[in-house]
Design a protein around this ligand. Structure first.
Ligand SMILES: Nc1ncnc2c1ncn2[C@@H]1O[C@H](COP(=O)(O)OP(=O)(O)OP(=O)(O)O)[C@@H](O)[C@H]1O
Ligand SMILES: [Mg+2]
Length: 256
């Protein structure tokens, strides 16, 4: 059984089918790439899976359970986490506070327990902080945990964002262009982080225009064009796929 399955998904904006009858699936443990030209519907697909974007039609299943009518936070609780194409870091908060935002509060910590500062609430806060430190340690940033995130380079900020998504201990991590705008010298740590996270058992869905990264990291790649399925296969299959080369890779390699 697939970990995540999307069937006949359609998202329409006015007359435009941003995602147009798409079906695909993601296996547990995979790093699945999604590529396609600008406007192909990659971010819209992420938004639909995460529950930020209403579907016009179709079904989404996580571990065999239909989730398309669930709220975004409910899907997050079931194990979906994502980063955004535009950086979402709070520069005045410390690194650890930025990561703590991503942690799920324990089920028993309600509003009043948090407000009254009970022992339970303090214990819960320590647990959340420990999780956040743990994620920062993965990045080698634990020693800077108390510094404002505004001090970080762009690449480090992108890493911090991934750490925040991981703080929710997701089953599936969805990354929307994690190295877009990141200078070449800062890209390797991000690729390494993705590999490491995947090695720890987190399934990854990676949207990225940088073909070297996609080809190097992914075990399967889905190609979208105008909201529709164009091709799916291993990096080698995609790299030699005639229509993909015509629609996308040709222009990308020309740009590179
Ligand atoms: N909220 C919206 N309202 C109207 N049209 C939208 C909206 N969001 C996206 N679109 C349109 O839907 C199509 C798909 O956009 P989307 O952002 O999903 O593409 P993408 O593959 O992520 O592109 P990029 O590589 O540039 O990030 C585009 O034509 C876009 O203009
Ligand atoms: Mg996008």
């Amino acid at each position: 059984m697939a970990l995540l399955e999307v069937r006949d998904l359609r998202v329409t904006f006015g007359g435009l089918h941003a995602v147009d009858g798409l079906s695909t699936s993601v296996r547990e443990g995979q790093i699945k790439g999604i590529i396609g030209p600008n406007g192909a519907g990659k971010t819209t697909l992420f938004n639909a899976i995460a529950g930020i974007q209403k579907l016009s039609a179709g079904a989404i299943e996580l571990e065999g359970v239909r989730i398309e009518s669930l709220r975004p936070f409910q899907r997050a609780r079931l194990g979906l986490a994502r980063t955004f194409q535009n950086l979402q870091i709070f520069p005045e908060l410390s690194l650890v506070e930025n990561v703590m935002i991503g942690c799920h509060p324990g089920a028993r910590t309600g509003f009043w327990t948090a407000m009254l500062g009970t022992t339970g609430a303090r214990r819960e806060e320590r647990r959340i902080e420990a999780t956040a430190y743990d994620k920062l340690a993965m990045l080698g940033m634990a020693d800077r945990a108390m510094l404002p995130a505004g001090n970080l380079s762009f690449g480090e900020s992108k890493l911090l964002e991934i750490a925040r998504a991981l703080a929710a201990e997701p089953k599936i991590l969805m990354l929307d262009e994690p190295i877009a705008g990141v200078p070449a010298s800062e890209q390797a740590p991000i690729a390494k982080m993705i590999r490491q996270v995947n090695a720890q058992g987190v399934t990854v869905i990676l949207v990225e225009h940088n073909m070297r990264m996609v080809m190097g990291l992914c075990d399967e790649i889905l190609v979208l064009q105008s909201g529709r399925f164009l091709a799916e296969g291993t990096p080698a299959e995609i790299a030699s796929h005639r229509e993909v080369i015509g629609a996308y890779l040709g222009e990308e390699t020309a740009d590179a």
